[in-house]
Design a protein around this ligand. Sequence first.
Ligand code: HEC
Length: 132
Amino acid sequence: MRALVMLAVGLGLGALLTVVAMNSLRRGTAYPNGVMAVMAAQMGHLDRGIKAGACTAEDLGGHLATLQALGNDLEPAFLPTADDAQFSRFAGDYRAAVGRALAEAPRDCGEAGARLNAISATCKACHQQFKG
Ligand code: HEC
């Protein structure tokens, strides 16, 4: 009887701890995954817009503003990493590229596309080292 009670308690505790662990795992990845998912969606909007010839500051500004705001969430979402100083350098490169794209209206779609590529290059640089 006593052994059965202990078994029941053990199973109950095990199930509870599994739920706790799964919830904390989900919480742990939802934030960084969310930041990346919205960044990717905004890059997609920009890419499709530029290819369709929508290349004025007004066309691009809303998406770039969202990308700029998301840039402030890189460290809060991902730290601690294996190398936080390096991560912050990549995050800074990303923020600088978005800042340059926002600073001046592009003269044409070629220039808008080049700025988008410059942002994309900073995504890739960080992924190369930190995305496993
Ligand atoms: C400073 C670092 C950094 C920058 C800048 C960055 N990312 Fe990421 N990104 C990461 C890391 C780290 C991961 C991996 C997350 C994981 O594995 O949990 C990731 C994952 C992703 C994923 C998920 C991919 C998959 O495997 O499912 C997408 C999509 C993504 N990033 C898009 C972007 C885009 C688009 C940009 C630029 C506009 C960008 N990221 C800029 C660090 C960065």
